[in-house]
Write a protein that binds this ligand. Structure first.
Ligand code: NAP
Length: 344
């Protein structure tokens, strides 16, 4: 049976900030092919937005650029509507990289790109779609492993988190609190900073858009920062290194401050002598490194959530037509928590 497949395609490769003209809407006739061994036919239900989709748009030494004229590559929770794979029966919901479109045929167990953490995961019975992509989504796993494995928090230590009101950052901050850390967040705008302190219970927040970050770090972290979880890079990382305590750990999670910057890379910290004399550790990580331990993280997240010690915030939009505009929210600071879009 022929179907209409709505798509948002990458119309051109933006050099700076993304805008509506970088995307083009189209409807094409879709004739479902005969499924090959392990393939499934899926219908998108809930789209999630990754800041790194911006880097896939331009390409990098780590990943080929998305092809122009093809659907924007993006993760989604999708319903299996046809299956030649016994692990993914019709009616199940699976997290996949399927692009901004209604229908796709794929092999959900193909992780050959090495980055597809959380893809091919089946939604457990009884879990809501929002929790599947939010509370138990890849960003919570990123927060969990980046903080606990690289940050190695101990009670009484000071944890600094950049991008603290975002999807990953807000989970890092809360997991840090429940491990007994003093937690300071950095976010853009008074509203987000108030939310971090008043609602999530952080010990302080710095509005990097209106405050002197260096001066505020000095006030809020007088004994230095023991752990810095960095989602942002660039100038914020530079300030943080200047305020690290001896034997501090820096978990390098992302560099969102530079994702819009064309070909240029974010600057690194200048104060490398502090890294040496204070015996600091800086380590990058990719959440898929921890794939074999995801079940442990899910169990902890579930328990903490049930105990009311961790809450998850989602920012949910409705309607396929809004995909590009919703994606832009990641970069203009208007998103809080995990940004999701429910397809209609
Ligand atoms: N290593 C891994 O395995 C892994 C996995 C997942 C995500 N990540 C990385 O983790 C980071 C957070 O991802 P997420 O999905 O949780 O996104 P997110 O934090 O929800 O991202 C959106 C937020 O980033 C902030 N932001 C946007 N542009 C910025 C800029 N130029 N300078 C400073 N802050 C800016 C904005 O908050 P403000 O209003 O506060 O500026 C925005 O609301 C990203 O860098 C992402 O690439 C890494």
């Amino acid at each position: 049976m022929d179907m209409i497949n709505r798509q948002w395609i990458l119309a051109r490769r933006p050099q700076a900030n993304i805008g509506p003209d970088d995307f083009e809407y189209r409807e094409i006739t879709f004739v479902p092919p005969i499924l090959q061994d392990r393939e499934i036919l899926v219908r998108s239900r809930l789209f999630r937005f990754l800041p790194t989709m911006r880097t896939y748009m331009k390409g990098s030494q780590f990943r080929k650029p998305m092809p122009e004229g093809a659907p924007m590559q993006s993760p989604a929770a999708a319903e299996v509507i046809g299956s030649n794979n016994p692990d993914f029966p019709v009616g199940s919901i699976v997290s996949v990289m399927m692009g901004w479109q209604d229908y796709a045929v794929l092999d959900p167990s193909d992780h050959s790109d090495g980055f597809s953490a959380g893809f091919g995961m089946l939604k457990p019975e009884g879990m809501s779609l929002i929790d599947f992509e939010g509370l138990y989504g890849v960003n919570s796993l990123t927060a969990y492993f980046g903080l606990l494995e690289i940050g190695a928090p101990a009670a009484g230590e000071t944890l600094l988190v950049s991008g603290a009101a975002g999807s990953t950052g807000s989970m890092v901050a809360q997991i840090g609190k429940l491990h007994g850390c003093r937690v300071i967040g950095i976010a853009g705008g008074r509203d987000k900073c108030d939310w971090l302190v008043d609602e999530l219970g952080l010990d302080g927040a710095i509005d990097y858009k209106s405050e002197d970050v260096g001066a505020r770090l000095g006030e809020l972290c007088p004994r230095g920062v023991n752990i810095f979880f960095d989602n942002v890079g660039g100038a914020i990382l530079d300030f943080a290194v200047d305020h690290m305590a001896p034997f501090g750990r820096i978990a390098l999670c992302g560099q969102i401050s530079s994702y819009d910057d064309g070909e240029s890379l974010a600057t690194g910290p200048r104060n490398m002598m502090r890294v040496i004399y204070w015996r600091l550790k800086m380590q990058g990580f990719v959440v898929s490194d921890y794939r074999n331990a995801f079940e442990t993280a899910y169990a902890d997240l579930r328990r903490w959530h049930e105990e009311g010690r961790v809450r998850h915030s989602s920012d949910i939009y409705e309607g396929f037509r809004l995909l590009p505009r919703t994606f832009m929210r990641l970069f203009d600071g208007t998103s809080k928590g995990t940004l999701l879009l429910r397809s209609d």
